[in-house]
Design a protein around this ligand. Structure first.
Ligand code: CO8
Length: 261
């Protein structure tokens, strides 16, 4: 795997942990970080040694505290739209990634950081984590898909309140809203919970996991009929070796061995 200046990579038994490694600026997302994220995802898409991804931030203070405000301050009306779009493209790659992506949230998860976490398939957070889309305090709105994904995850009323007030909410509130799947007491429990969920997912048939992600994303894809996507995917899966193995193993009362074929 290539080296990335803003990321730490650790592949342990098929689970690749990607750590955004800009602790001094609370792992804020500069353009280099976004480019590195895009590149690593492209690099591992077809890499059979990677079965799932845990995305986290370095240190114990922040997952990601937003876009890099120092870089953002230089943005102007001419290039801002393009920058928002290219960031959205990276987050879209994550959301549609063929392998499961879990956000391991360890502290401040603000602005672009909250948008990044929301693009992941599952979110687990420490109780000390804090969440918010405070862009209005900077005279902005979320630009990396936050208005859309927050509304999808927590509903319009709560999304309106969080984005219009810019309030930073506690992890308890985030759990109540459905913004995170689980809360855990500390970073050690965070790692373990993410591994437990990921190990469960990657023990299943890889193509079924990948197509399930596609179908769930189809709910919010304009012009796509999700029911049709589901039926098509179901049909494809019924032709796989893993389907034959899964049903055979059930009948034979044993654990299936999936090959991804
Ligand atoms: N960008 C750059 N640097 C940051 C950021 C950030 N988002 N957040 C923190 N830092 C830096 C601080 O400047 C500080 O650096 P230094 O030591 O050199 O002064 C260091 O990290 C530590 O931060 P603090 O001293 O502020 O730590 P505190 O514990 O006092 O406060 C907070 C922690 C509350 C998280 C505080 O740092 C904060 O409010 N950060 C900004 C949060 C924020 O507003 N995020 C949203 C940014 S806007 C955004 O994400 C838009 C996304 C869409 C962009 C679309 C298109 C281009």
């Amino acid at each position: 795997m290539s080296d990335y200046t803003t990321l730490l990579l650790d592949n342990h038994e098929g689970i690749l942990t990607i750590t955004i490694n800009r602790e001094k600026s609370l792992n804020s997302l500069n353009q280099q970080t976004l480019q590195d994220l895009k590149n690593i995802l492209q690099e591992i898409d077809d890499d059979e040694s990677v079965k799932g991804i845990i995305l986290t931030g370095a240190g114990d203070k922040a997952f990601v505290a937003g876009a890099d405000i120092k870089e953002l301050a230089e943005v102007n009306q001419v290039n801002a739209r393009g920058l928002a779009e290219s960031g959205q493209e990276v987050f879209d790659i994550i959301e549609r990634f063929s392998k499961p992506v879990i956000a391991a949230i360890n502290g401040y998860t603000l602005g672009g950081g909250c948008e990044l976490a929301m693009a992941c398939h599952i979110r687990v957070a420490t109780v000390a984590s804090k969440f918010g889309l405070p862009e209005v305090s900077l005279g902005l709105i979320p630009g990396y898909g936050g208005t859309q994904r927050l509304t999808q995850l927590v509903g319009k009323g709560k999304a309106m309140e969080m984005i219009l007030t810019g309030d930073i909410v506690t992890s308890d509130r985030a759990l109540t809203f459905g913004l995170v799947n689980y809360l855990v007491p500390d970073p050690v429990a965070l790692r373990q919970k993410c591994l437990d969920i990921m190990n469960k997912i990657i023990s299943k048939a890889p193509m079924a996991i990948s197509l399930a992600i596609d179908c769930i994303n189809a709910v919010h894809t304009s012009g796509e009929n999700g029911y049709q996507t589901e039926a098509n995917s179901f049909g494809r899966l019924c032709g796989t070796d893993d389907f034959k193995e899964g049903t055979k193993a059930f009948i034979e009362k044993r654990t299936p061995t999936f090959t991804g074929k």
